[in-house]
Each structure stands twice: as C-alpha cells, then as structure tokens.
Design a protein around this ligand. Structure first.
Ligand SMILES: [Ca+2]
Length: 229
C-alpha cells in the first residue's frame, strides 16, 4: 500500500499590487498598414474589448522602419473619425488620440498616400488590477485531510480588463508525503512589469492580490487508514 500524500495548493497571482505602476497592454495591434498602388487602400479590422469603460489611446507610428510616411489617411473607429488627412504629413512621425471602445469594435483605415508608405497602429489600455487565480483538486481528501491517490490540480485564471496572458497548466501530484506544495501563477496581459521580487513577496503575502478569491487553498490531509498524526 502506498503512503498517503498531503497536498497544499497555493494560487499565486502576479500583477501590479499598487496603482502607482500602471501596466499597459494592447487592446488592438500593433499592426502595420502599407499603401500600395491604385485606389486608396481600405482595411477593416474587428476586435473586442473586455472592459469598454476603461481609457484607451490609439497610437500611430508613421513611417516605421524603412517605410515612407503617410501623407493622407482616414482612421475611423466605430464610425467616429479619429484621424483625418490634416493629421498626417511628412513631418508627422507620431499621432496619438484618446479613444472610446465598445465591447465589439470596428477599425477602418484608408490610406491615400504614395506607394511604399505606411504606418503602425496600436490601441493601448491601462490595467492596474491583478488577475485572479483559483486552484481546484481532482478529488477531495478524505475526512482526515489526506489523499491516497494522485491528485490533479487545475488552475482557473481570470482578468476583467486586459485578459489572461498566462495561467499555469494543471499539475499532477504523484509524490508521496506530507506538505507537498503546488504553486500556480497567473499573469494578465499588462503584467510585464512584474518582477521576481514581486513574485517572491506575492507568494508569501498573497492575500492582498486576490481580491475576493481565496489566496491560499489548503487541502490538508488525509487518506487511508493510517493517518500520520
Ligand atoms: Ca488585470
């Protein structure tokens, strides 16, 4: 008979614990649009936003790399003209404008310039709220808190604004013994500023980053007839 295992499951979220360090993420793009010959090029893109009420910025980098700069274009978002011909010329390398998003969005870009010119478009959002993570075990421990079979730990991650960039895959705990620790990690798409220091401190003091999600799920315990203590 195998020995029982005792599993501790810890959900760890990596995000920005304080609003002072705003994380940005891409709600659209970046995508490069290039002018060819003939009639104006018209590009239509559809994309969704998890949090339409948030603030967003549309940024255009004109003439990236070896491309020529656009001299005339119309950029329309959900039927609203964000940038028109007067906003572009050979001296304009960067254009930025605050924009409003809906849950479902349509971006239309019309390029009227010389062939070989183009620009990059990105819509940026800000996300200061850490994601949530929840761990569940494939089977519950016995009343004494122990499992006597392998336990599969599955993590469920969620983020209301930028979305989940990483969620730990399931872990099968086959090791026997007491105090087996399984750690899951969640990144949202704005968590590029999370550091190793954040990771360490979050692991130890995880409660502050979980909001309403239990910070530590402990499944102590149990199993077969021979409860170790
Ligand atoms: Ca977030």
């Amino acid at each position: 008979m195998r020995s029982p295992i005792r599993v501790f499951v810890v959900g760890l979220c990596l995000g920005l614990a304080t609003p002072a360090f705003a994380g940005t993420y891409s709600a659209f793009g970046p995508e490069r649009f290039a002018r060819t010959t003939g009639a104006p090029n018209v590009f239509t893109r559809s994309f969704s936003a998890l949090d339409p009420g948030a603030a967003y910025t549309l940024r255009i980098v004109n003439g990236p790399g070896s491309m020529g700069r656009i001299s005339s274009a119309v950029v329309t978002l959900n039927g609203v003209v964000i940038a028109g011909p007067k906003d572009f010329n050979q001296q304009v390398g960067l254009f930025e404008s605050p924009v409003r998003l809906a849950a479902s969005n349509t971006l239309v870009i019309e390029l009227r310039s010389a062939p070989g010119s183009g620009f990059d478009v990105i819509i940026l959002g800000t996300d200061n709220v850490p994601p949530t993570i929840r761990a569940t075990m494939s089977q519950s421990p016995n009343p004494a808190g122990w499992n006597n079979t392998d336990v599969k730990v599955t993590f469920t991650c969620a983020d209301e604004r930028s979305g989940i960039g990483f969620c730990s895959p399931p872990v099968v705990v086959s090791r026997e013994g007491s105090g087996v620790v399984v750690v899951g990690t969640a990144f949202d798409l704005a968590s590029n500023r999370a550091s190793d220091d954040t990771r360490d401190s979050t692991l130890v003091r995880s409660s502050s980053c979980f909001n309403n999600t239990p910070s530590v799920i402990r499944t102590d315990g149990v199993s077969n007839s021979r409860t170790p203590r």
